[in-house]
Design a protein around this ligand. Structure first.
Ligand SMILES: [Zn+2]
Length: 124
């Protein structure tokens, strides 16, 4: 059975989306992807590299390293909330709606890491 590319609901073979609303949301997703993909990758690279350096620095400069790591986690979280950009594979498997939701959950994961680092900074 064919599924709506946006929400994953089952549809007939001559349709692509189950409703106009899904088509509109899917177009918005593709627009956003084509406009911001490069920006998204640049910022996530900076965030991930900064996070790694921050965690490394923490072993000898706890507050500086921790501050950098927390800053980068928050950057990544905001980035994933504003621009959830799941991979093509994820979209094919689950539909755009669920794939974007999972991306935002990964953003929550980075907030959790930021809190963990803050905890380590205070309690170590
Ligand atoms: Zn749909």
């Amino acid at each position: 059975m064919k599924k709506c590319e946006y929400c994953g609901k089952e549809i007939s073979y001559h349709e692509i989306y189950c409703s106009d609303e899904c088509q509109r949301m899917a177009n918005r997703h593709y627009d956003r992807t084509s406009k911001f993909l490069r920006l998204f990758y640049s910022f996530s690279m900076v965030g991930l590299i900064g996070l790694t350096i921050g965690l490394f620095l923490m072993s000898f400069a706890r507050f500086m390293g921790g501050g950098l790591a927390i800053g980068c986690c928050l950057l990544l979280a905001v980035l994933l909330f504003l621009l959830p950009m799941p991979t093509q594979g994820m979209i094919r498997k689950r539909g755009i709606k669920k794939a974007e939701f999972i991306s935002r959950m990964v953003g929550f994961g980075f907030i959790a890491i930021a809190l963990l680092v803050a905890g380590l900074m205070i309690w170590l």
